[in-house]
Ligand binder design. Structure first.
Ligand code: SF4
Ligand code: SF4
Length: 376
């Protein structure tokens, strides 16, 4: 396992994201499989486990902790997050932190983040005294490293990242999203300031792992046996300022592939970088929009299944599989969730970390899907 540093702490470059545990057909988390995956990752050297108060309807912290507690507490690290949108005061933030500690069954959290900061929540966290309060919590030892995760524009990122000496920060970068949110410019600012970076969405919500072989041709020509996910993870790991790459693993096959990638980690060579550039150019010309299926825009009051509709179109842009669009649209998206149910209320737009013009894109998506089905 490849290890890097956050401060004096040696962390595994592969971090286990605890927001996409495997689920059964009934939507319940498959606990036996989750246990097996966490255990295998730990035994292979993964020591960074990233959860949050809100993941899996507030069940992630407790489930991750219940399976990790069989190992000595000082041999792995919890990253956990304060839901800033619920932290209306220091008193409330104290309650939220205590709940996380109780769920984790611990009296300290190794890496604690202000969750999903944006311009508004950052202003709130400062005005409510929560940024300063957490300084004291860190001094008390209840949190060991103090950071933030981020979803907004570059200027807001620069404002936050320069406000104090953060121990680390968590940003979204992957080879397709170099200009989104903090982007590569934000990453470079972290390097300049000496702030270790934790990468989220390295595989762009799974979409960089799902290319068909013809689209992967430039990559297969160089490394015929490597998965698409491996290329995405290696691109992130090639950046020297990156300390942890989070992967929200949801199957044992993903765990196995990731462990193989990080067992003897190799940065991308010049030849591999050139092949990836060609693949990126091909892919960029094919996507519908930047939706990562994060679900932050849901629920829509009119019932529209926004992520599912965008996923369908983005998959089509990459796979060009018309039958897949028809089947999914007719069987997986009920009429009550289709794009024409949008009443253009605008509620979803401010929740979208990708700043997608959702109502407009839904209109285009609806028309495109009808054209695709009609052409079959
Ligand atoms: S704009 Fe449309 S999709 Fe967005 S919340 Fe309103 S009705 Fe739903
Ligand atoms: S439209 Fe935006 S908020 Fe909604 S799932 Fe996609 S990326 Fe997330």
């Amino acid at each position: 396992m490849e290890y890097r540093k956050i401060g004096e702490t040696k962390v595994s470059l592969l971090g286990f994201g605890c927001m996409r545990f495997p689920q059964g057909a009934d939507g319940e988390i498959d606990l036996a499989q989750t246990d097996a995956m966490l255990t295998k990752a730990y035994e292979a050297g993964v020591n960074y486990f990233d959860t949050a108060y809100v993941y899996h309807n507030q069940k992630s912290e407790e489930i991750a902790a219940s399976f990790l507690k069989k190992f000595p507490r000082d041999t792995y690290y919890f990253a956990d997050k304060l839901p800033c949108w619920d932290a209306s005061s220091v008193e409330k933030a104290k309650e939220l932190l205590q709940t996380s500690l109780d769920r984790l069954g611990t009296d300290y959290i190794d890496f604690y983040l202000l969750h999903a900061l944006n311009k508004d929540s950052w202003k709130n966290m400062k005005e409510r005294g929560i940024v300063e309060w957490l300084e004291g919590v860190k001094a008390s030892g209840v949190i060991r490293n103090y950071g933030f995760s981020f979803h907004d524009d570059y200027d807001t990122f620069i404002d936050i990242v320069n406000y104090r000496k953060w121990d680390f920060c968590q940003i979204q970068i992957n080879y397709m999203d170099v200009d989104e949110q903090a982007g590569m410019k934000g990453y470079e600012e972290c390097v300049k300031l000496g702030i270790p970076v934790v990468v989220m969405e390295p595989v762009k919500g799974g979409s960089l792992a799902m290319f068909p072989d013809d689209i992967l041709a430039p990559l297969k020509a160089v490394n015929p046996d490597d998965s698409a996910a491996r290329w995405a993870l290696r691109w992130c790991g090639t950046l020297p300022g990156v300390s942890v790459i989070l992967s929200g693993m949801s199957s044992m096959a993903q765990v196995d592939d990731n462990l193989e990638t990080f067992k003897e980690f190799k940065p991308l060579s010049d030849t591999e970088t050139k092949a990836l550039d060609e693949h990126m150019a091909n892919t960029r010309s094919r996507k519908f929009n930047n939706c990562t299926w994060c679900n932050y825009c849901m629920p829509c009051p009119a019932g529209v299944n926004i992520p599912r509709i965008f996923r369908l179109l983005n998959n089509f842009a990459m796979y060009a599989n018309k039958g897949d669009v028809k089947w999914n649209y007719e069987h997986e998206i009920p009429d009550s969730q289709k794009p024409d149910k949008c009443v253009n209320c605008g509620k979803c737009v401010s929740h979208c970390p990708q700043h997608i013009a959702i109502p407009e894109d839904l209109k285009t998506a609806g028309a495109n899907i009808k054209d695709i089905i009609a052409s079959l």
